[in-house]
Write a protein that binds this ligand. Structure first.
Ligand SMILES: *Cc1c(COP(=O)(O)O)cnc(C)c1O
Length: 352
């Protein structure tokens, strides 16, 4: 395993800054094997598992000019019986295929991509940390057609790689409530690409996020263009109050998180009323007076929001300003299924 720029990444992640156990920051360590396949002449090659190392890329490759790229992120957990289990892999494979389709990239074969993930996990089995750690899987796909005149032509060549990264406790510094800037004007990305997990969306959100961090000392930005609440740069947004959850209904403007789907499924089964619909900043401010707000995503699972900061600098406290009890309970319920402490009634975990 090797470390990549861990110091710099630690600085960019305020939630990790009080990490006293000196565990490497999320994403800075890679497992030593990866799987790779290439697309050419209308077909995918067989895949290979080989040492994690730099890949050669033509400087005219489509991705380097026209950002033809997408990726996935999900985890495999070490269970107490020693087995390793991938969490909702099929859902992530399908989402990757959808991202590829929407970006007009060669679409990976679902069976082959699944086999690449399973083979990679199998080869680095010994590098999967104990819970609350996990092995974070990062499949990635990019266009390699060497043609700088292809601004409006799709790449007919591509590379598919599955990287794996051991990750440790996301909340090792304690579960601190997040400060979130409410961006009610700027868009995170183009509305028709919000549901695609592509690097370009992160590039688009980077400027506004760094600006808000600098100006308001926030952790993340909640994008609410035209006042309509969407999501943050890398996580979905949920409101919780009185056994009731409110979150945006699925549309093309935001990423359809698998964690969001898992939490909503669990919440319904626990008797929560779950409402998926469009809502605006005004309604959100009303909810948080005596409710909870949280961000969902694979990395943190569910992270509580303590403060919302508005454009004029007004700070709005969410509930009593701490991570809410329901947020903690829902998170614990999902984590218990992921690491095998609770029975998986949903068929979400797959033995590798
Ligand atoms: C990956 C991602 C999420 C979270 O999705 P999960 O499947 O829950 O990990 C949310 N928003 C954006 C923009 C993302 O890229």
């Amino acid at each position: 395993m090797h470390t990549l720029e861990s110091d710099r990444l630690m600085q960019e992640s305020p939630r990790m800054s009080t990490n006293t156990q000196a565990r490497p920051a999320f994403g800075t360590v890679l497992a030593d094997q990866m799987a790779i396949a290439t697309y050419r002449d209308g077909r995918w090659s067989d895949y290979q598992v080989k040492p994690t190392a730099p890949v050669e890329i033509h400087p005219a490759a489509h991705v380097l000019h026209y950002a033809s790229e997408c990726f996935e992120g999900f985890k495999a957990y070490r269970w107490a019986d020693g087995s390793v289990r991938a969490f909702r892999m099929d859902k992530h494979v399908e989402r990757m295929r959808q991202s590829a389709r929407l970006l007009v990239l060669p679409v990976p074969d679902a069976e082959q991509l699944s086999q690449m993930v399973l083979a990679t996990i199998d080869r680095v089995r010994g590098q999967v940390p104990e819970p609350p750690g996990a092995l974070y899987m990062r499949p990635m796909l990019y266009g390699t057609m060497p043609n700088i005149g292809a601004a409006s032509a799709p790449s007919n060549e591509a590379t598919l790689i599955v990287l794996a990264s051991p990750v440790w406790d996301y909340f090792s510094g304690g579960m601190k409530p997040l400060r979130i800037y409410v961006e009610d004007q700027k868009h995170r990305t183009a509305d028709h690409l919000g549901m695609v997990k592509t690097g370009g969306n992160y590039a688009a959100a980077m400027g506004p996020t760094l600006e808000a961090r600098e100006k308001f000392k926030v952790d993340q930005v909640l994008f609410c263009p035209g006042g309509s609440v969407q999501e943050t740069g890398a996580a979905n947004f949920l409101l919780i109050r009185d056994g009731h959850i409110l979150t945006r209904s699925l549309d093309s403007t935001f990423l359809h998180g698998v964690t969001r789907d898992s939490l909503l499924t669990l919440a319904r089964d626990l008797g929560f009323k779950v409402e998926e619909r469009v809502f605006d900043v005004q309604e959100m401010l009303d909810w948080v007076k005596d409710g909870e707000a949280a961000l969902s995503g694979t990395a943190a699972v569910l992270a509580g929001v303590g403060t919302l900061v508005l454009r004029d600098g007004t700070e709005v406290r969410v509930g009593n300003g701490d991570v809410g009890p329901v947020t903690q309970r829902l998170r614990a319920a999902l984590v218990a299924i992921q690491n095998g402490e609770s029975a998986d009634r949903y068929g979400w975990t797959r033995k590798v």
